[in-house]
Design a protein around this ligand. Structure first.
Ligand code: FPP
Length: 234
């Protein structure tokens, strides 16, 4: 079976999952955080090497202060305590996104977990937090323009590989994108890395996404015919 090297997940449907049960949206985020822990451990066990997850988009700051504060506090709690199993399994945790306007205590918790796992070799969990795909391309372009201005690089040397190094993290291309909750869109997630990704959409709300369904997704991926713009050879 061919296991995708880099899987990306848009973890959608936490709010609806909670509302359906007559609970606050925050309850859905809490359940979603448990699902993330389970699914990431399982994905690495199955042989996935890089897992990117959409934790918070730049646009999510438009939500109520109450929900944003809840999520930020949940992130801190996850980074400080709950991600221990991933650390122990040798998973390196990296972040993609802008620092501004994240709170100081969130940035500190992000720095700490990145530092503590920086030498881990068994897989990479890329947490996209205060992330936007268009913002990432703009930020990369600004850095490239600065490096051209200061003669660090030449325009002629810019190619896909070099461009990738200017993104928030120099990660391999995404092989498989999963989006839960039935929405059929990309929502500004990892646009550059997504160029040849296979898409898998499921109506399952993220807190209900489990190992069994992940296996189904892997089976479906294994049956896809990836051609990268070429034609199939016999
Ligand atoms: C989208 O569902 C989900 C989010 C904006 C938050 C995702 C966060 C987690 C899964 C928590 C754990 C994450 C980390 C990295 C520790 P939604 O709120 O848009 O759901 P809805 O579409 O049903 O309203």
């Amino acid at each position: 079976m061919i296991v995708p090297n880099h899987v990306a997940i848009i973890m959608d449907g936490n709010g609806r999952w909670a509302t359906k049960r007559g609970k606050e949206r925050s309850f859905g985020h809490l359940e979603g955080s448990k699902t993330l822990e389970k699914i990431s451990l399982y994905a690495f066990k199955k042989g996935v090497k890089v897992l990117s997850v959409y934790a918070f988009s730049c646009d999510n700051f438009k939500r109520s202060k109450e929900e944003v504060d809840y999520l930020m506090n949940l992130f801190i709690k996850m980074f400080k305590t709950k991600m221990k199993k991933l650390k122990d399994k040798g998973i390196k945790i990296v972040f993609s996104g802008r620092k501004e306007p994240l709170r100081e205590d969130v940035l500190k918790a992000m720095d700490k977990i990145s530092f503590d796992t920086k030498n881990n070799q068994n897989g990479i969990l890329n947490i996209c937090l205060n992330y936007g795909g268009q913002e990432e391309l703009i930020d990369a372009s600004i850095k490239i323009a600065n490096d051209i201005n200061t003669n660090k690089i030449d325009i002629e040397n810019i190619d896909k590989e070099l461009f990738n190094k200017y993104l928030y993290n120099d990660l391999p291309v995404i092989d498989l994108l999963i989006r839960t909750s039935g929405e059929l869109r990309v929502s500004d997630f990892m646009l550059y890395q997504m160029a040849y990704a296979e898409f898998y959409f499921t109506s399952t709300l993220f807190p209900d996404f489990n190992e069994e369904e992940f296996d189904k997704v892997l089976d479906a991926y294994d049956k896809r015919d990836r051609r990268f713009g070429s034609i199939k050879e016999n």
